[in-house]
Design a protein around this ligand. Sequence first.
Ligand code: SF4
Length: 77
Amino acid sequence: MSKYSVVDQENCIACGACNSVAEEIFGYHEDGISFVKFGDNNGQIAIPKELEQDLEEAYEGCPSESILIQDCPFLTA
Ligand code: SF4
């Protein structure tokens, strides 16, 4: 099953951990707040299978639990 992910940017503390374990998935804005590169954090594009382990690692390592993962695309606001 595909995985979809977004960063809750209201909650992200810009610590840099996700980028260090999964730089192909997570990028940063100038203020250090992270975003998912696939779909520009809109949660509509599945994370490539080969990166799912990195995604899991980043999820587990996020100190503010700002990385959200689900099995279907996120609803847009
Ligand atoms: S690990 Fe979590 S708190 Fe740290 S930059 Fe990434 S999303 Fe933000």
